[in-house]
Design a protein around this ligand. Structure first.
Ligand code: MOS
Length: 700
């Protein structure tokens, strides 16, 4: 086994560290984001959100506000253009919050009830804050707890799996863990708030946006407003973070409505606080894990019951119980995802949806089982490695979990570890180390790309990719350069314009894999068209690709990336403060296109795992139904001083099916990270924490 950092045995641009193509533009401020691109005659919309958690809007007192300086319009359910939110988009039915201002019902605190449009952003804000909305309030219920009345198992194959007789295998087990784990509501509040500008341009709807997929947003807007798809153009050149939250949301819809009513460009930017109710979030989870093992630590029974919440208006499931389906072999293997519907905003995808909270529960339970078996936690995992997918029975495309543990254990110094809890002391600090496994599915979705040989010797790639801060544009530049066999300086990659044609979104850790595949095919095609020494016409020579057929023909397999997470913590015995001293993550996540940005992605995920373990917790007030302190002062995230030296690296694991060898690195970094820290806290203190975050008041 080798580490790839130095050994990726391919020449060319892919596999070499490359700073971001647009890095200079970003650090000098030349790169403009959706909320700051200038437009002539621009008007500004300000959102007004409900202050009640359930009920009806009785009236909106728009007259006094319409008389305020600069105010152009107040849109509300009584006067807004009609839309049709009953459609199916690229990722299913939309959250009904996009069908905004269509009726008087209020299903949660923070539901959009009006948009005030004015000449300036300040005028719009002042008027929005002055707008009086009268409600008929109804009783609400926002209290999430395990197994509470109304909990059900949604329809769908992803909700439940069952192999073997669970109860008999549990009864036959020498060692049993039966524990409940909880994770709180968590928010992905990207640095760049959601913003969109809409205008009508010669009969076409033109949107400048911040999103994870311009095809996705354009397609949904066309459906919502019943427009011909070619008459909608969405662009999203620079995006300051997304993490699952940046698809179609209420603000783009409201910007289009206002631009239509006023016949001028309208921009709507969310405030930080508005983001906490309008963009989705990670549902809290309550999870029960039951593991049964024989005296040698071989799993006889694996049972994972996950529960999350959704709104009353839309069914979204945080599929925490999906995590174990590819992880461990067991005679009996059961998983189920349950749901309860409350008067809260609809949750959505947040980095490693399902896997992030699911791995906390399962990888903590594995650690508990290792203790009961008197076995090293890595050895326990090794003993339960499956030959094929434990639930699917399908072969793995590749599975290098143990290689990650081998390399990680070596570099972390795991061999010297004394397994006894609570025995290492350094002054007022108790010290401990922990480990956990990580995995994320490897997926790919059809995309189209165009590559043009220009008359001046440059090559232009056009693809509706999104660079949400990951370095996707740079990765695609390296991929295109190698495919064309030219230096990166001769490649120009243009992204994030729905006019370039359909492509996968930046999501599911499958953006670069999906786009890279399409770019490879188009580049190969172009090379065949190019005649050596031949002239390029002034308009250039273009080749196009569509990966639908090749992806549709892939065999059924269990495709995953894997990883091993390690953490060392120090716990203050007087205050309960937990300091993470170091983290190491070793991943088997395909061929690494750009080590510089891939490492940043992995470290970013691990940092979020630290934040999840120790800090993040959105608190919902049962009295109002709203969040307490919904901003980055009230919602604690790890700050710089909380984050120690974090190392991320990888083992050689090129995907054999992907033309570049990519698996994807967007989400796996967070998976298992919180469990590694919780396991380290247990090792340090002897106290097992099954509820996140591990706050000082809960520690000792
Ligand atoms: Mo990501 S949560 O797949 O956008």
């Amino acid at each position: 086994m080798t580490t790839t950092t130095a050994t990726t045995a391919v020449t060319g641009a892919v596999g070499t560290a490359h700073t971001r193509i647009e890095g200079r533009e970003k650090v000098t401020g030349a790169a403009r984001y959706a909320g700051e691109i200038p437009f002539a005659d621009l008007a500004h919309g300000w959102l007004v959100l409900s202050t009640i958690a359930r009920g009806r809007i009785r009236s909106v007192d728009d007259a006094p506000v319409l008389a305020m300086p600069g105010v152009l319009a107040v849109l509300h359910h009584g006067n807004a253009p009609r839309v049709d939110a009953d459609y199916v988009g690229m990722l299913g039915k939309p959250d009904p919050v996009v069908g905004v201002l269509q009726h008087d019902r209020v299903p949660f605190v923070g539901w959009p009830v009006a948009l005030v449009v004015a000449e300036t952003s300040e005028q719009a804000r002042e008027a929005a804050e002055a707008l009086v909305v009268h409600y008929d309030q109804e009783p609400h219920d926002v209290a999430f707890s395990a197994g509470r009345p109304g909990t059900y198992t949604p329809d769908g194959d992803a909700m439940r799996t069952a192999v073997g007789d669970l109860e008999s295998r549990l009864a036959a087990s020498a060692h049993v863990v039966d524990a409940e784990y909880t994770t709180p509501e968590e928010h992905h509040s990207a640095m760049e708030p959601h913003a969109a500008t809409a205008r009508w341009d010669d009969g076409r709807l033109d949107i400048v946006d911040s999103n994870q997929g311009s095809t996705w947003v354009a397609d949904e807007l066309a459906k919502l407003f019943s427009l011909d798809p070619p008459s909608v153009r969405v662009r999203s050149e620079h995006v300051g973070g997304a993490f699952g939250s940046k698809g179609l949301r209420a603000h783009q819809v409201l910007a289009v409505m206002a631009a239509t009513v006023l016949d001028r460009p309208v921009r709507v930017v969310m405030t930080r606080r508005q983001m906490f109710s309008l963009i989705g979030y990670r549902s809290p989870t309550a999870q029960r894990v039951r593991l049964g093992a024989d005296p040698d630590g071989r799993l006889l029974a694996f049972d994972h019951q996950g529960q999350s919440l959704s709104s009353t208006v839309h069914e979204f499931v945080e599929e925490s119980a999906g995590f174990g389906r590819a992880m461990y072999a067991a005679d009996a293997h059961h998983t189920v995802n349950r749901l309860v519907r409350l008067d809260v905003p609809t949750p959505t995808w947040v980095r490693a949806p399902g896997e992030a909270p699911g791995s906390f529960a399962v990888e903590s339970a594995l650690d508990e089982l290792a203790e009961k078996c008197g076995m090293d936690p890595i050895e326990l995992r090794a003993r339960n490695e499956p030959a094929v997918g434990p639930v699917s029975g399908l072969p793995f495309s590749s599975r290098n979990l143990l290689a990650c543990f081998d390399e990680g254990a070596r570099r972390f110094g795991w061999a010297d570890r004394d397994p006894r809890p609570g025995v290492r002391r350094e002054g007022r600090w108790l010290l401990g180390t922990g480990t956990a496994a990580s995995t994320f599915p490897v997926l790919v979705a059809p995309s189209t790309a165009a590559v043009t040989a220009e008359a001046d010797g440059m090559f232009t790639v056009r693809i509706t990719a999104a660079d949400v801060g990951t370095g996707a544009r740079t990765a695609l530049t390296l991929i295109a350069a190698d495919a064309l066999e030219v230096p990166t300086e001769r490649v120009r990659v243009r992204i994030a314009d729905s006019d370039f044609g359909p492509a996968m979104i930046a999501g599911g850790s499958m953006g670069t894999r999906s786009w890279g595949w399409a770019v490879m095919l188009a580049a190969r095609e172009l090379r065949e068209k190019l005649v050596p020494g031949g002239d390029i016409p002034p308009e250039g020579l273009t080749a196009r690709s569509n990966t639908s057929d090749v992806i549709g023909a892939l065999a059924q397999k269990e495709r995953h990336a894997f990883g091993a997470q390690f953490a060392e913590v120090a716990v203050d015995v007087t205050t309960g403060e937990v300091r993470v001293r170091r983290m190491l993550g070793i991943f088997a996540a395909g061929r690494i296109v750009n080590p510089l940005t891939a490492r940043s992605q992995l470290i970013g995920g691990m940092t979020w795992g630290l934040s999840m373990a120790l800090h993040e917790e959105a608190v919902r007030d049962p009295a109002t139904g709203g969040l307490v302190g919904p901003d980055l002062a009230g919602y604690h995230i790890a700050s710089h001083a909380d984050v120690p030296h974090i190392e991320a690296d990888w083992v050689d694991d090129p995907d054999v099916e992907d033309p570049v060898g990519i698996k994807g690195v967007g989400e796996i970094g967070i998976v298992g990270a919180a469990a590694a820290i919780a396991n380290a806290v247990r090792h340090a203190t002897g106290v097992r924490h099954r509820s996140l975050p591990i706050r000082p008041d809960r520690v000792l």
